[in-house]
Design a protein around this ligand. Structure first.
Ligand code: APR
Length: 275
């Protein structure tokens, strides 16, 4: 049974629902906090992977480009060794927060989700209008032409590392689709995020510490245009001071309540000509 949200949070939920209900193009930026209630640890914040283990090297992509074969050998060794984080992602299921965002899209109140998560949980929850700005762990990508394949459709021959692109005329190196620190965001994904942000008349961040760019720039750009900014996060972030509405609660609890409140507004307006 979900914890009863306290009065302050319930008031913020009502205000958030009222803005989402009247908005015509809401965009969400989702972060690792979305998947905390699916059993995947966050990176930062309380109990985060890097809060407890320290930050990873920020030159991962340079390491890859310097010696892609060695990078692939290490990736295969690490995969064989396994990790608690890897196990948590493998076992994860979409939670009520993922399902709430997919429902909000079905209700016509959410135009696009930009997720920083690579865990595929938004897609599995039914989100259709979605950009995975940091890639998807289940896919592979050519770093030269950008062609992507589901992992199972791109078997890797350990005797022929690094794997090469199978697109006609391209011999680019293929890596996991997940974007590494220092790696450029794939141009099509970045262009989509910029286009959706430019159209946004409401922006909601969910479960992100908003410290990684370019992702964190999108809510800031929207707020700078005067677009209402809603933050759903149990902790403060650098965006809190510019947020119009702060829902200080876990997303798995807050989002279903926000969606229920929007649905109530839709039902109430039904007799007066629906949205
Ligand atoms: N519901 C919502 N938010 C939560 C929850 C929860 N149940 N639990 C924690 N949070 C919040 C934390 O307060 C924190 O602000 O989720 C946020 C997680 O922040 P990060 O771990 O920094 O995750 P994220 O913002 O997605 O990181 C961005 O950095 O490490 C890179 O590529 C990685 O995509 C990642 C990017």
């Amino acid at each position: 049974m979900a914890r009863v949200l306290d009065e302050t949070v319930q008031a913020a939920v009502r205000r958030a629902a009222a803005v989402l209900f009247v908005s015509r193009h809401t965009v969400v930026l989702a972060g690792a906090g979305m998947s905390k209630e699916s059993g995947i640890p966050t990176f930062r914040g309380e109990g985060g992977l890097w809060t407890t283990q320290g930050e990873p090297p920020l030159n991962q992509y340079d390491t890859f480009t310097a010696d892609p074969r060695r990078w692939w050998q290490r990736r295969i060794e690490d995969a064989r060794a396994g990790s608690a984080f890897g196990d948590s992602i493998e076992a994860a299921q979409p939670n009520a927060g993922h399902r709430a965002l997919a429902e909000l899209e079905d209700m016509g109140c959410l135009a696009h989700v930009i997720t920083q998560n690579i865990d595929d949980l938004h897609r599995r929850a039914g989100q259709r209008s979605l950009t995975e700005i940091h890639g998807n762990r289940l896919w592979m990508r050519c770093v030269r032409c950008g062609t992507r394949w589901p992992r199972e459709e791109f078997p890797v021959d350990e005797a022929a590392l690094p794997p090469r692109c199978a697109a006609p005329g391209c011999t680019g190196i293929v890596k996991g689709d997940t974007v590494m620190f220092g790696e450029p965001i794939p141009p099509l994904a970045l262009a989509r995020c910029e286009a959706e942000t430019a159209q946004a008349d409401c922006f909601m961040t969910v479960g992100t510490s908003a410290v990684v760019y370019p992702a964190a720039a999108f809510p800031i750009e929207a707020a700078r245009r005067g677009v209402p900014l809603i933050e759903v996060n149990p902790e403060e972030t650098p965006l809190t001071p510019i947020a119009d509405i702060v829902v200080r609660a876990p997303s798995g609890e807050a989002l279903p309540v926000i969606v229920a409140a929007v649905r109530t507004l839709q039902a109430a307006s039904h007799g007066e000509g629906s949205r």
